[in-house]
Design a protein around this ligand. Structure first.
Ligand SMILES: [Zn+2]
Length: 346
């Protein structure tokens, strides 16, 4: 009986095996491209939550939300690193010497309002906490007696000025492609140089946010919602231009787009400052300040907003300049001084 059953099972397995092979040969598994995720604000991953340490008290003081984290014994403040990911309304706290046992001691307390979730994970004896917020918040951190206190407040409650820099296109969206150059790369390169200038000239009164710092796809809606959620004073989008047709290849110069005739802010004044400084630094041709009333990021942002078309990529001479690092740096300097000038005029 046992033998017979064994034989039946063996025969069945052999048949199944042959069947699987022929099925695989006849119907090879199609390799699919991974789906591109966009517009989705990061959702808490499935691992351990630290929310139980928080209370549901109402926001009553300076901070909208507050967490206190008792750091592992013997850790100095330098053993903790805080990273902001404002586009995803999240911050990450990295803690050295914080393994699973550390988190079992419930090291976290605080106030739960405006915090959607707090998750942690551990790797190689170090810990990582992700705080998911219901909006964009700036934070203030203090260390006292081995406790890290993190208070969250709206960016414009902490900083006098909030700026959003938007490098055009990115990822799947290359923008204009002319003469071997792709617009998204030039836009990003100028934005990164502008970030370097801001980073080298620290100013406690100014916070600068960026819609992208890598080659990633970001929808215009996500850029616009982000700018509005930060409560920024200024939104500046960086682009480059092109015109179709051989007969237009001679066209070169700078254009600045803004919302015209709206009276709600001083976008036109800002556009004029930008034009003056860009053409001044780059010695590019003034191709005019034009209406951006139908451009999504201009139409839907609520603050002073402008979109710069630094140069024409369809013009051979200009596209070569636009790919030059020094030229990009000059463009970034022009944008930097324009923002400073605009802030002063308010
Ligand atoms: Zn563009």
């Amino acid at each position: 009986m046992i033998n017979k059953l064994f034989n039946t099972v063996t025969a069945f397995s052999v048949l199944l095996f042959i069947g699987t092979i022929s099925f695989s040969v006849l119907y090879p598994v199609e390799k699919k491209e991974p789906a591109v995720k966009e517009e989705v604000v990061a959702e808490p991953p499935v691992n351990d939550s630290l929310m139980e340490g928080l209370t549901a008290e109402e926001d009553d003081g300076k901070y909208r939300a507050m967490i206190n984290l008792t750091l592992p014994e013997g850790n100095s403040p330098e053993d903790t690193e805080i990273e902001e990911d404002p586009m995803d309304r999240m911050i990450t706290i990295k803690i050295k010497n914080a393994g699973a046992e550390y988190f079992e001691t419930n090291p976290l307390s605080g106030r739960a309002d405006h915090i959607k979730d707090i998750r942690y994970k551990t790797k190689d004896g170090n810990g990582e906490i992700k705080v998911y917020l219901d909006g964009i918040y700036a934070y203030e951190d203090t260390y006292e007696n081995g406790v890290l206190e993190l208070g969250f407040l709206k960016p414009n409650e902490k900083y006098e000025h909030v700026i959003v820099i938007d490098a055009g296109h990115g990822g799947k969206d290359g923008g204009t492609a002319e003469n071997g150059a792709v617009e998204k790369d030039i836009d990003l390169s100028i934005a990164l140089k502008l970030k370097d200038i801001f980073d080298l000239n620290p100013d406690e009164s100014i916070k600068v946010y960026y819609t992208r710092l890598t080659d990633e796809t970001v929808s215009v809606k996500k850029r616009t919602d982000f700018a509005n959620d930060t409560g920024a004073d200024i939104f500046l989008s960086i682009h480059n231009n092109s015109l179709n047709g051989e007969e237009n290849a001679y066209v070169n110069g700078t254009q600045v787009m803004c919302y015209t005739n709206d009276g709600r802010n001083d976008s036109e004044a800002f556009a004029k400052i930008l034009m003056k400084n860009i053409t001044g630094r780059l010695e590019s041709k003034d191709m005019g300040i034009i209406s951006g009333n139908n451009i999504y990021v201009i139409k839907n942002t609520k603050m002073t907003a402008a979109l710069c078309e630094i140069g024409f990529m369809s013009n051979l001479e200009e596209v070569q300049k636009l790919q030059d690092e020094d030229y990009q740096l000059s463009a970034a300097e022009a944008l930097y001084e324009s923002i400073k000038e605009q802030l002063k005029s308010n």
